[in-house]
Design a protein around this ligand. Structure first.
Ligand SMILES: *Cc1c(COP(=O)(O)O)cnc(C)c1O
Length: 367
């Protein structure tokens, strides 16, 4: 089904990608087949769109009036973008980048595949300077775990003059709250493992773009490198997308309330949430986002205090991932390779539990 221009995002998320003909099921079925009878449209599940990922790509692409290419994980989506680069390319990535993305940048650098500039997410002048020579500019906004915000439209406007590829990792905001392609990016990437799936029960990744040339190149990369989405995961991701608008909006309301309360708590030294009017990035976030999401970072007094706090909750689970119905939190500096993160920083992914129960849990953990 095509998206009607009048439809809101909520309506599209519920309706997009459904079969629509007499006798058809309302849900795109899971088709657990690698091989198909020849002389039809599909011959092999790594090379051709199967009905299940077609539904996911239709829903996610339609949200941004773009084409979507889906992958086996967020990182399969990320690496397919880096795979577009020629040998000897120059790339710019955030200095506070998602760890595995930084891993790809660093490994290619060590192998001599490309050279890398690392720019702080909020440093607009740094990005503009890097653009002059970069083949790929990769920005994550809001960033993980510091929740820094990049000025996407300003970077995109400069990018149009240089012709470098501009990709945004939009996992934290999702296409519901931020539209990198509308702001001028060439590619928008999301780990569908997070808010699109929303239930911590699948791995999936998506790239959206309005360039048909890039769609073709990403599909070819997926076929050759094999980062093909699974049928069951794609089905679950579509199922997650159906309730995504409700989940994302409810969780961000709770996140704002918790951020306010944390900000007033004596044991909390600092809160980072772009939705707080006092946040240094609030103004620019407001400019380019329609909501501020549900990830909150806050700092307690020391490494030990954070270590203890994340283990003292009952409701909020001590776990790494984010964007699910259940709230999770972790101490980022405890992870290998995250030594630059403030030692007392805790990243909280707010889920759908009642705000007062979450607050009681946090108060107990901070006491
Ligand atoms: C989780 C995540 C990824 C990677 O996604 P996977 O589905 O885990 O492979 C990339 N970028 C960001 C910002 C993420 O949070």
């Amino acid at each position: 089904m095509e998206r009607d221009d009048e439809w809101s995002d909520e309506t599209w998320l519920v309706s997009g990608g459904r079969p629509h003909a007499p006798g058809e099921p309302l849900n795109a079925p899971i088709v657990p087949a690698s091989n198909f009878e020849l002389d039809g449209d599909v011959l092999y599940a790594r090379t051709d769109t199967t009905p299940t990922w077609h539904a996911l790509e239709t829903v996610v692409g339609g949200l941004e009036q773009a084409q979507c290419v889906s992958f086996a994980s967020g990182m399969a989506a990320v690496s397919s973008v880096f795979a577009l680069l020629p040998t000897g390319a120059h790339i710019a990535v955030p200095s506070d980048c998602y760890q595995a993305t930084e891993g790809i940048a660093a490994e290619g650098e060590a192998q001599g595949r490309w050279t890398v500039d690392r720019i702080a997410t909020a440093d607009t002048d740094g990005w503009l300077a890097a653009l002059a020579t970069a083949d790929l500019v990769w920005v994550e906004s809001p960033s993980n775990p510091l929740l820094e915000v990049a000025e996407l439209a300003t970077i995109a406007a400069a990018d149009r003059k240089t012709g470098s590829l501009f990709a945004v990792d939009n996992t934290f905001a999702t296409a519901l709250l931020q539209r990198p392609l509308d702001l001028g990016a060439d590619l928008s990437v999301q780990s569908a493992t997070k808010f699109i799936g929303g239930h911590s029960d699948l791995l999936s990744g998506v790239v959206t773009t309005r360039s048909l040339e890039l769609v073709e190149r990403l599909r070819r990369s997926r076929t050759l490198h094999g980062g093909t989405p699974g049928a069951l995961e794609s089905y679950l991701a579509v199922r997650g997308a159906r309730t995504m608008a409700l989940r994302v909006r409810h969780a961000q309301d709770t996140a704002l309330e918790l951020a306010r309360r944390l900000d007033d708590h004596d044991a909390v030294a600092k809160v980072r949430y772009p939705g707080l009017p006092t946040d240094p990035n609030h103004a620019r976030a407001k400019e380019q986002m329609t909501g501020f999401g549900s990830i909150v970072s806050f700092e307690v007094a020391s490494f030990q205090a954070a270590h203890d706090t994340v283990r003292r909750t009952r409701l909020i689970r001590h776990a790494t991932s984010l964007g699910s119905v259940e709230s999770t939190m972790e101490q980022r500096a405890a992870l290998e390779g995250q030594e630059e993160v403030p030692p007392g920083l805790i990243r909280l992914s707010v889920g759908l539990e009642h705000v007062d129960d979450l607050w009681a849990d946090l108060q107990h953990a901070l006491s």
